[in-house]
Design a binder for this molecule. Structure first.
Ligand code: DCP
Ligand code: MG
Length: 355
């Protein structure tokens, strides 16, 4: 693990940049990819011109419209984004097989063993940016460091079209000055708790003893203790299997009719299931999510010893799970499904089909 060279690559304003590339009339303008302003959808992402108005990912589209009525709203084109994603992945793989994609537009690379540019991670990262620009017409930001935690933060520092290197020598000072919310694994809730305890940055975190950390954060203490010291041993995992895959819909108007809900869930589940089958992966667990009109949310799930293989089975389970909610008695604003306990489809298992 010692002396690793990790690169984190993250495309700039990804969906929006693709739309501006393909439709020149959107360039230089506030552009929002996501739900329509008159819908209850959200912003998936937006151009930097839109960000100047305070618009950001996951904001309600209606709010984005209030902040910037002249913004252009377009629906996402996932097929195009996946295609770009494959293109950039090919570029990564031309340097190393140690590539761990985090999403369509983001990946970690471990280039410790890479021979290109005499093994200079900086030069490799810059070359990756250049090739992405040449082959896709899009810009990416890259971060280089000796672990995932720092490489990821580095890629964010000079966005867009940015590059940043955090050397082991520079890391201690960098981490001391880093706001606590930027630490890997510290989400909104933990951030607030830390701020209440007076922990504002890496320096404050580093000053705490293991005993104190354990008292306040339980088993997570060791993780925070290490991060404060720039230690993050997580390897880049090229073949990481995703833990779950799902989809959800927020409805224009709340649903009342339970048979419509069943049908919608079945359609969502079928789509997700098909994309799992394409990846030769089968799920053993199915979860549905129901958000009522007062925003209260419940999930119901069922796990089997053998994976789902047929749409009929999925439909049947969905109907059963939905019966264990108050859907129909209460109005529903959102429905979601997700599959988990994913297994690689084994050729032997297919024999089951003929049993
Ligand atoms: N995305 C989404 N919903 C979110 C966040 C992101 O649908 N809440 C999608 C749209 C983004 C893509 O994932 O284009 C990549 O996410 P990033 O967080 O990397 O955001 P961007 O690439 O859009 O912007 P940045 O330049 O900050 O990386
Ligand atoms: Mg991005």
């Amino acid at each position: 693990m010692a002396g690793r060279k990790i690169i984190h690559v993250d495309m700039d304003a990804f969906y929006a940049a693709v739309e501006q590339r393909d439709f020149p009339s959107y360039r230089g303008k506030p552009l929002i990819v996501g739900g329509r302003p008159d819908s209850r959808g959200v912003v998936a992402t937006c151009s930097y011109e839109a960000r100047a108005f305070g618009i950001h990912s996951a904001m309600a589209s209606s709010k984005a419209f209030r902040l910037c009525p002249e913004a252009i709203f377009v629906p996402p084109r996932f097929d195009v984004y996946s295609q770009v994603s494959r293109q950039i992945r090919e570029i990564f793989l031309s340097f190393t097989q140690q590539v761990e994609p985090l999403s369509l537009d983001e990946a970690y690379l471990d280039v410790s063993q890479c021979q290109a540019f005499q093994g200079s991670a900086t030069l490799i990262a810059k070359e990756i940016k250049k090739r992405i620009q040449n082959q896709t017409g899009l810009t990416a930001s890259t971060g280089v460091s000796y672990n995932k935690f720092l490489a990821k933060i580095a890629s964010d520092i000079n966005k867009p079209d940015g590059f940043c290197l955090i050397t082991p020598e520079a890391s201690a000072e960098f981490i001391e000055n880093l706001s606590i919310g930027y630490f890997h694994g510290i989400g909104k809730v933990t951030e607030e708790k830390m701020l209440k305890l007076g922990i504002r940055n890496g320096k404050d975190l580093k000053a705490l003893t293991p005993e104190w950390l354990h008292r306040h954060f339980g088993n997570a203490w060791q993780y925070y203790y290490k991060l404060a010291r720039g230690i993050d041993e997580r390897p880049v995992e090229p073949n990481r299997i995703r833990k779950s895959l799902g989809a959800e819909t927020t409805f224009q108007t709340d649903l009342n009719d339970k048979s419509k809900m069943r049908q919608h869930l079945s359609e969502l589940a079928t789509e997700v299931f098909e994309s799992l089958v394409e990846r030769k992966t089968l799920p053993r667990c199915l979860t549905i999510k129901v958000k009522y009109d007062d925003f209260e949310q419940v999930t119901r799930s069922k796990t089997f010893n053998n994976p789902f293989r047929t749409k009929e089975h999925i439909k049947f389970v969905i109907a059963d799970l939905l019966d264990h909610t108050e859907a129909g008695l209460r109005k529903v604003r959102l429905l979601g499904v997700s599959f988990s306990s994913l297994e690689k489809e084994s050729p032997f298992r297919q024999l089951d089909l003929f049993d």
